[in-house]
Design a protein around this ligand. Structure first.
Ligand SMILES: Cc1ncc(COP(=O)(O)O)c(C=O)c1O
Length: 452
């Protein structure tokens, strides 16, 4: 009985898939933060190199993956697809459960799928330095790794709460040669402004983005790299879903439900968009489910509106599900899911009714993660535990309804640097932090007004 489906290297996808080409309604354009007019490619040039701006605005369906990038990908790709038979047995479900495992990458998650191309395109353009932010530490480690391959200096602003919780993520970034700074920091005007009012501020992704953007915008030799949310990042991640489609064929199965966790939306888009695209081109309809934390519920509780991507309002305005750019989520363990907004493309798909969204508590997610670890051996990242919890809930529904559906979920990373969170959970110390409703209302009331 085969459980692990390994694709031959020669079948690794040669193109990224751009869902924009198949959408029935185009997404709303990003707007300039000052003029509030649609951004032109030149507006983005202080932050991004030209090839990445082209990808950000691309409308063609397929974009070729350059060979030097595929060569690096071969270090860990194609990533395995695994049937979770022991989990199925433990749940006594008639459902078949498959997962696509991205924790086999050097940094331990899906993030190098975009870090490698971003570093490569910047190096090709003669850029020597990159600035970025990291929530869980996964993106920072991935860009640090990618930077080391192509001779780029990488400066990472790590959200304070994660910097304190995960000292070994910082050590990993430094091992790859990057510099790691806790955010908010005194290095930038954005950081100094927050520290002046709240010296103990625990940080947020929105704030760390402001610091990293400021460094790129004010230094000619530095470009900015973002680990999620933007179209080109989601595009790079579609290698996940394209591989998974070929592997599901090898398993002689077709998913009825595709599930992934959502922070900014990149691993979800990576797994799900190739499936959504197939449906949009006349293929069968499937349920596509995004799972987010109850403590930071942008898709299920946020407003679909134009908002800034960062706290200091340096980024373009994008139309997305947002909790408001001034919203600071509580310090729960899935640091990579603590972002106030959701990728505009994922948000657009939710508005079009092409995907669903659910929110789960961190205690339920850790319970699912521990069950998964005891059945399948892999200790998941706290972010990825949300996808497991989503899959477990669907498998139990299948059991109650007596339905043998096929579930595919994304296991976006391992949790080897997150063992303090597991110690807390196993010691019964994990609280289901809920956000402050008054702060949410205030953050939403501060959404920018956009002329019609
Ligand atoms: C393992 C893992 N999964 C998921 C995420 C969430 O990001 P995204 O929604 O872009 O996939 C992160 C973010 O840091 C992560 O580290």
């Amino acid at each position: 009985m085969t459980t692990k489906f390994l694709l031959e290297e020669s079948r690794m996808p040669r193109h990224w898939y751009n869902i924009v080409a198949d959408l029935p309604v185009p997404p709303a354009p990003p707007l300039h933060p000052v003029t509030k007019q649609p951004v032109a490619p030149a507006d983005l040039e202080p932050l991004f190199t030209r090839s990445l701006i082209e990808q950000e605005m691309a409308t063609e369906r397929e974009i070729e993956i350059p060979e030097p990038i595929r060569e690096v990908f071969r270090l860990w790709r194609p990533a395995p697809l695994i049937r979770a038979r022991r989990l199925e047995q433990a749940l006594q479900t008639p459902a078949k459960i498959f997962f696509k495992y991205e924790g086999v990458s050097p940094a331990g998650s899906h993030k190098p799928n975009s870090a490698v191309p971003q570093a490569w395109y910047n190096a090709q353009a003669g850029i020597r330095k990159l600035s970025t932010e990291t929530g869980a530490g996964q993106w920072g480690s991935s860009l640090a790794f990618a930077g080391s391959l192509f001779g780029l200096e990488v400066k990472v602003f790590q959200v304070r709460v994660s910097y304190d919780q995960k000292p070994y993520r910082r050590a990993l970034m430094e091992t790859y040669g990057a510099t790691c700074i806790p955010s908010p920091s005194p290095e930038t005007a954005a950081g100094r402004a927050v520290l002046a009012e709240h010296p103990e501020h625990r940080g947020s992704l929105g704030l760390a983005i402001s610091e990293a953007v400021e460094v790129a915008a004010t230094n000619d030799d530095t470009k900015y790299a973002l680990g999620s949310v933007l179209n080109h990042v989601l595009l790079h991640q579609t290698i996940i879903g394209q591989e998974a489609m070929l592997q599901m064929e090898m398993a002689d199965a077709d998913p009825d439900i595709v599930i992934a966790c959502t922070g900014g939306g990149s691993n979800f888009a990576g797994l799900a968009f190739p499936y959504v695209g197939q449906t949009l081109r006349g293929g069968r309809k499937r349920r596509i489910v995004a799972i987010e934390p109850v403590a930071c519920p942008s898709l299920t509780r946020g407003r679909f509106a134009y908002d800034y991507g960062d706290t200091a309002h340096l980024t373009p305005l994008t139309k997305m599900h947002t909790l408001g750019s001034s919203f600071t989520p509580p310090g729960f363990h899935a640091g990579g899911l603590r972002y106030h907004g959701m990728a505009p493309l994922v948000s657009h798909l939710l508005e079009l009714g092409l995907i669903e969204a659910q929110a789960h508590t961190q205690n339920d997610c850790f319970a699912a993660a521990v069950l998964f670890a005891r059945c399948e051996g892999i200790v998941p990242a706290p972010e990825a535990s949300h996808a497991i919890q989503g899959a477990v809930a669907e498998a139990l529904r299948c059991k109650a309804e007596g339905k043998a559906e096929t579930i595919l979920f994304g296991l976006s990373g391992h949790g080897h640097f997150d063992m303090a969170a597991y110690t807390n959970y196993l010691g019964g110390k994990l609280v289901d932090a809920s956000y402050d409703e008054a702060e949410l209302a205030m953050a939403l009331s501060g959404l920018p007004s956009i002329p019609a």
